[in-house]
Design a protein around this ligand. Structure first.
Ligand SMILES: *Cc1c(COP(=O)(O)O)cnc(C)c1O
Length: 349
């Protein structure tokens, strides 16, 4: 049998990503938009009439132009691709030299280490403070080529302080990536600051508030020189034409995004209260999900809920999120369903 020694040493320990067996469960485990498919993108797909013989635009200029208009920036500030996961890959590919330090906070998005190591970098985790805020001095200490953080943070849910992010941008000699996958839900964004900080890359996605994770569209916003470097490294045509035009339609329907964000802001305190009453300790959130410490064993809770048809995400065996679970904020109906199923599990155990 061929052994894993045949693999490149930096990828030899890789395991496959979260890929649960599904039986029509209600999914509160992936933080997608609970209002359902993006209506403008959906409408585009139903009346689809595009040529598939020719290649899509090499750098997705139709979408870059729509985004430039949305943010009052220029096409040349944008890099577009297949999910913000591709943008993560392109960022590390473009800037990481073999063995370079890449710093991310702990806890944060688990896929960062995978992209760092795949591209030959050395992944260094730096603990957040007790309040899950950035420890600025500790983040800067390893002299990283790339410092990356999600804000709002996944899985904790809170935003980092802008003044801490700014201090990191000012003091770091490398690239600083702020992953705003949940940026639509937050009060502040770094997108408008890309021309002020030449070492800043902001990542955004159509997978969460935009309700089109199935189409795999994400983008990076950066100063023109940085965006240009990334576009030179990115695989040409990586975003297919169907996804590109669906995303253009979605950008032009900001009303759906506003409605989605308002729903989350109204329901988040209701869900947090409900969880608190059941003995959970929810953490403050600026996103469409809540992390909470469970009153019973995390693994038992998550598997019993799945058996009852509701999926949430288990972070309970990881350091700093001991016995914690993460759930997407639902509609009132979904939140009541989740709370009642949790109550059943607590009664039965
Ligand atoms: C969901 C998520 C993404 C999105 O990735 P896509 O490839 O755009 O679907 C990126 N970063 C974080 C922190 C996320 O939670």
């Amino acid at each position: 049998m061929v052994s894993r020694d045949i693999m490149r040493s930096t990828t030899r320990d890789f395991q496959m990503y979260y890929n649960p067996e599904l039986h029509n469960e209600v999914r509160l485990d992936t933080n997608t938009n609970v209002l359902g498919d993006n209506p403008a993108a959906s409408k585009f797909l139903k009346n689809i009439d595009i040529e598939i013989n020719g290649y899509p635009n090499t750098y997705s200029n139709n979408l870059r132009d729509a985004l430039a208009e949305l943010y009052d920036l220029e096409r040349s500030n944008f890099v577009v691709g297949s999910g913000s996961d591709e943008m993560l890959d392109v960022s590390f590919k473009t800037f990481t030299e073999w063995g370079d330090n890449c710093v991310s906070p702990v806890p944060s998005y688990t896929l960062y280490d995978y992209f760092v190591e795949m591209n030959g970098g050395k992944a260094i985790g730096v603990d957040l403070t007790e309040e899950f805020q950035l420890d600025v001095d500790a983040m800067l200490k390893p002299e990283a080529k790339i410092i990356i953080m999600p804000s709002p943070n996944n899985p904790t849910g809170n935003s980092f302080k802008s003044k801490d992010i700014e201090e990191i941008l000012n003091r770091s000699k490398g690239i600083v990536i702020v992953d705003e996958a949940y940026g639509e839900y937050a009060d502040e964004s770094m997108v408008s600051r890309v021309n002020e900080f030449e070492n800043l890359i902001v990542l955004r996605t159509f997978s969460k508030a935009y309700a089109m994770a199935g189409l795999r569209v994400g983008y990076a916003v950066a100063s023109k020189p940085i965006a240009d470097m990334m576009n030179c490294v990115k695989i040409p045509y990586s975003l297919n034409a169907i996804s590109e035009w669906a995303a253009v339609a979605a950008v032009k329907d900001q009303e759906f995004i506003r409605r989605s964000v308002e729903m989350v802001r109204a329901e988040r305190p209701y869900l947090a209260d409900g969880l608190r009453k059941l003995g959970f300790e929810p953490f403050p959130s600026d996103s469409n999900f809540i992390m909470a410490k469970a009153p019973v064993d995390h693994a038992m809770l998550v598997s019993q809920l799945k058996a009852k048809g509701v999926m949430i995400r288990d972070f309970g065996s990881k350091r700093r999120t001991e016995n914690c679970i993460r759930t997407t904020v639902g509609t009132r109906e979904l939140n009541d369903l989740l709370l009642s199923k949790i109550e059943e599990v607590l009664r039965e155990c």
